[in-house]
Design a protein. Structure first.
Length: 671
């Protein structure tokens, strides 16, 4: 196989392709040999090459997979990208030529057909995070199919099939992959797909059958070893599914030095808080702007639509435009239900724009076609009201029974442990059942003050101090008895309130909840420092939920809204009601809280999320006898009352709501 020749009376083709760079024979046991013989007797001719994506993903240990954000993309999702980004303009060129052929002289027809085949063989397609090569495999097959149409048209014009042999080749598929095993699989995937296609369609075989595919590179796609930005090979089209790794995980998974250098290298183009996936579209955008590449398309987490990640989409629109998007699609990763965004872009020349397969006039940077609420500004009247809860930075939370047992224990200086022990809530306490945990909270005390509280301090010294001693953050090491982020501004804003509003920072449903004074919320709770039923009702309304859905971001796993106070609340224009309108909103807000409590008391295992899951189903299949039907009616009445306070008719569709809220925001924001 290395050079071709006879073996036991059989002609063996010349394979080569780098398979025999080493002449060392593999050390095989008898069991290995037996397994290979069984495998060799199977028919491998119709094996689907895309299975290597699963093989690659499953070959990685959990740590490597997590570190690289490695994952496998389905052929269906790949085809949605490849068809619109790569094939659509080529099909358009072919259709224009095909329809013009009957009007041309025969010699001109043949000349045009050969020229178009040359056009196809000159195409270069790059996947700069190619994994096991599935994007390239799908693109290669589709390019071969188009070339086949050209060849059949030539046959119809009396050109022999062998006079126009297939010339589209795996070497036109360019890839970059950092994992060595995946890099090797990518070449195998391309060759298998190529041979299967040729076997099905006929054609001659090159010698050697396998050629070295130096066009698949085993290296980092973003940085060179010296920390400078990596260069990508020239390509007409760029497609792929870059690694999914959130910005908060990059340092722990990629390393401090690499993450710091990456953000430094791209600091003029992307915010430091960008997820890893954003760097691939940004590099593709730059190549399109430079005229090197014509079109690009990616599968990314749907969090690319919001927050700092959205900057890369804004830059794409500033130098070109988006021409297709599926903003929120289900996708499986390691058994978890992930939500992804698929999108394609160019330099702005494409006029056909599609969103979820429907034609639209424009696709905004949030991958929606409606009102672009990201224009909204922070409103002065909403400043200093919304806060993210405290971040512990250690196991300061303790069982409620332990905390209560300390409340009556005296201290030498007659200070009460109640000063530093508080009921604690995180996001799940709001959406599920309360955990009943408390937290040790020394607020902004110095070490001397904190040591007056003997048992809480002894607990923190034993449980927290050793871990903080190795923390890379100097304030955390030196002030080990304090929470990592104590949020003094939150404490100041709520100190005079008998209650305040808590909203789960990440949840399926936007659920404002009343929290009693003295409660310390965790960083997974957004606090609205207001104690009036009017604001509670407005925040619980469909109108606010529509705004938050567009202004927030979404978690990579599931499709849960991440409620960000700076965009969801600080930009939200609260209505200015009459006294009568305010009273109506307050009435329904109180009633909704009562109904929630009643439903939770009726079911010992019930949760707020479960109740609103039922409410969601009830919207699709109304049932007046359902226990949640009264809550659904109360929310309808609340929505009507809030809309009336805005001076709007009701109901409105979501885009109408967003359009009116944006107009109010821009009217109220300072010049």
């Amino acid at each position: 196989m290395k050079g071709g020749g006879e073996f036991w009376g059989t002609d063996i083709r010349h394979f080569n392709g780098g398979l025999f760079d080493s002449e060392d024979a593999l050390a095989l046991t008898s069991e290995d040999a037996a397994a290979l013989i069984i495998a060799a007797k199977l028919d491998w001719s119709e094996v689907e090459p895309s299975i290597f994506g699963t093989l690659f993903e499953n070959s990685l240990d959990v740590d490597t997979r997590s570190r690289r954000g490695a994952h496998y993309t389905s052929v269906n999702d790949i085809e949605r990208i490849v068809d619109r980004v790569v094939m659509e303009p080529l099909w358009a060129e072919w259709d224009a030529l095909r329809l013009s052929l009957p009007e041309l002289k025969k010699n001109v027809r043949l000349e045009r057909l050969f020229a178009f085949q040359d056009r196809l063989t000159a195409v270069r397609i790059l996947d700069p995070a190619c994994g096991s090569g599935n994007f390239l495999f799908v693109a290669l097959k589709k390019l071969l199919d188009l070339e086949y149409q050209v060849r059949m048209a030539a046959v119809m014009n009396d050109i022999g099939e062998f006079e126009m042999p297939p010339l589209v080749h795996p070497q036109q598929m360019l890839g970059i992959e950092i994992e060595t095993f995946a890099h090797e699989l990518a070449s195998i995937t391309l060759w298998m797909g190529y041979f299967q296609w040729k076997r099905a369609h006929g054609g001659h075989w090159e010698t050697p059958i396998l050629q070295r595919l130096d066009n698949i590179q085993n290296r980092d796609a973003l940085l060179n070893p010296d920390g400078t930005e990596a260069t990508w090979p020239r390509a007409d089209f760029i497609v792929g599914n870059p690694p999914f790794l959130g910005d908060k995980m990059m340092r722990s998974q990629l390393g401090e030095a690499y993450t710091t250098q990456l953000r430094e290298t791209f600091k003029d183009r992307l915010p430091g808080q960008s997820d890893l996936v954003c760097y691939w579209p940004e590099k593709a955008r730059a190549l399109i702007e430079a005229g090197v590449t014509t079109r690009a398309g990616f599968v990314t987490t749907n969090s690319i639509r919001g927050g700092k990640n959205r900057v890369v989409l804004e830059r794409i629109k500033a130098t070109g435009d988006l021409f297709m998007a599926w903003p929120d699609e289900p996708w499986q990763q390691n058994g978890a239900a992930v939500r992804v965004s698929l999108f394609g872009f160019d330099n702005g020349t494409e006029t056909l724009r599609t969103l979820n397969d429907g034609h639209v006039g424009v696709i905004n940077a949030d991958l929606n076609a409606g009102t672009d609420v990201k224009q909204a500004q922070k409103l002065p009247e909403n400043a200093g009201v919304s806060f993210i809860g405290t971040q512990k930075g250690g196991a300061f939370d303790i069982p409620g029974d332990l905390a209560r047992s300390w409340l009556s224990v005296p201290n030498p200086d007659r200070v009460s442990n109640a000063d530093v022990l508080k009921p604690w809530v995180n996001g799940m306490d709001l959406t599920r059942r309360p955990s009943g945990r408390w937290i040790i909270d020394f607020a902004q005390m110095d070490e001397g003050e904190a040591r007056q509280y003997l048992q809480p301090m002894a607990y923190v010294e034993q449980k927290i101090r050793p871990e903080r001693a190795t923390n890379s953050d100097r304030p955390s090491r030196e002030r080990w008895w304090l929470h990592q982020r104590s949020r003094p501004e939150l404490r100041e804003a709520t100190i005079e309130l008998d209650r305040f509003i808590g909203i789960p920072r990440v949840a399926k449903h936007l659920l404002p909840v009343w929290l009693p004074e003295g409660t310390l919320p965790d960083s997974q709770v957004v606090v609205i420092a207001r104690d009036d039923d009017f604001i509670f009702g407005v925040l619980a309304s469909t109108i606010h939920r529509s705004w938050a859905r567009m202004q927030g971001t979404y978690m990579g796993v599931g499709n849960d809204l991440r409620y960000t106070p700076s965009t969801c609340f600080e930009t939200f224009p609260v209505p200015a009601p009459t006294d009568e309108q305010r009273a109506e909103i307050e009435k329904w807000a109180k009633y909704i809280v009562q109904l929630r409590e009643h439903l939770l008391n009726q079911d010992a295992k019930g949760t707020l999320t479960g109740i609103y899951n039922q409410l969601e189903k009830l919207r699709n299949s109304p049932d007046a006898a359902h226990p949640v039907s009264a809550l659904a009616t109360a929310h309808d009445k609340l929505d009507q009352a809030v809309a009336t306070a805005y001076g709007w008719e009701w109901p409105l569709n979501e885009d109408q709501v967003l359009e009116r809220l944006l107009a109010l925001n821009l009217e109220r924001c300072p010049a």
